[in-house]
Design a protein around this ligand. Structure first.
Ligand SMILES: Cc1cc2nc3c(=O)[nH]c(=O)nc-3n(C[C@H](O)[C@H](O)[C@H](O)COP(=O)(O)O)c2cc1C
Length: 306
């Protein structure tokens, strides 16, 4: 009932692990494969990054604010780590960069690894982080012009691997960005990243949180914004959409799919409900589908548009 296909990849359920949630090791992602339909690794940059000052995450009463700042071992170590992926669940490699030239270098490195026999099922290009200087929103990458320039530059080097473009919902003009990247050759859109940046004040220490002074908001508070964004983008493009933002229960995933997402990604709910949250959400979705006489989850994609 939950089996589906996304970009030609077979999945036991339509639930992805979102990027950045379960560390950067292959062992961690393999563990999540017991429950999720596919996994997305932590975003990799050209060089090793230490990331922002701690605390990197703060809980609010409606989700989390995070400012991790892309701490990761860098693309070379990341590609080494994930070489030899054997799980049947698809592995999506997530990348991000400061400039078009850096994106091209990342693409070249990926292309070489593929030629060496590395299995990567798709890759996600993230130009939407709201809290890392020189990257994503802080570098103004989420515009139709810059986003399509990035997609075209990457596609020159890696044309065969499906490219998923990840945006942050709630930024004016997101539909135009989606149309531009579809035209530039993107194969899917992930909607989306955290929103913001936002800020929390520790009133006893009179200090801003997280450590960077601001961070991206994830979790239930952002869900209505992401749903609206998925709904609008579904109307504007033909490429499939990954819905992401605040999915905690089966009904949230169903809401995203009715808005137009073919599959969904889950991040913050792992902190709330554990690594097996994917199985819990899958069971809740099955119950809903059964109760409403659907035989396949594919039948509900875009239902809210009918
Ligand atoms: C601690 C943390 C780290 C994250 N790191 C990344 C990252 O490296 N790359 C990325 O594209 N998104 C990253 N995200 C965003 C998530 O992948 C996801 O898009 C966002 O949290 C919204 O989904 P959620 O509400 O289910 O968490 C991160 C989110 C959190 C909470």
């Amino acid at each position: 009932m939950l089996e589906t296909e996304f970009l030609g990849l077979k999945m036991k359920n339509p639930l992805f692990l979102a990027s950045g949630i379960q560390g950067v090791t292959k062992a961690n992602l393999e563990e999540v494969c017991k429950f999720a339909g596919a996994v997305i690794c932590k975003s990799l940059t050209l060089e090793t990054r230490k990331g922002h000052e701690t605390p990197i995450m703060v809980e609010t009463n409606c989700g989390f604010l995070n400012a991790v700042g892309y701490s990761n071992p860098g693309i070379d170590a990341g590609l080494e780590e994930f070489f030899g992926w054997k799980k049947k669940e698809p592995l999506i490699l997530s990348i991000t960069a400061r400039t078009v030239t850096e994106y091209e270098t990342l693409a070249e490195k990926i292309s070489h690894k593929i030629k060496d026999g590395m299995r990567i099922d798709a890759f996600e290009v993230v130009l939407s982080c709201p809290h890392t200087p020189e990257y994503g929103l802080m570098a103004g990458q989420q515009t139709p012009e810059t986003a399509s320039e990035i997609v075209k530059a990457i596609k020159k080097h890696v044309s065969t691997l499906p490219l998923i473009l990840k945006i942050s919902p709630g930024i004016p003009g997101e539909v135009e960005v989606a149309k531009a990247v579809e035209h530039a050759g993107a194969n899917a859109i992930d909607v989306g990243n955290t929103i913001g940046p936002g800020m929390v004040i520790d009133i006893e220490r009179h200090a801003r949180l997280p450590g960077f002074g601001m961070g991206g908001l994830s979790g239930p508070a952002m869900r209505p914004i992401a749903i609206r964004c998925v709904y609008d983008i579904y109307n504007a493009v033909k490429i499939p959409i990954i819905g992401c933002g605040g999915i905690t229960y089966g009904k949230d995933a169903i809401e995203f799919m009715q808005a137009g997402a073919s599959v969904v990604a889950i991040g913050t709910a792992v902190y709330y409900r554990g690594t097996n949250v994917f199985s819990k959400i899958a069971k809740e979705m099955e119950k809903w589908l059964h109760g409403h006489n659907y035989s396949s989850v594919k039948e509900i994609v875009g239902l809210a548009h009918k």
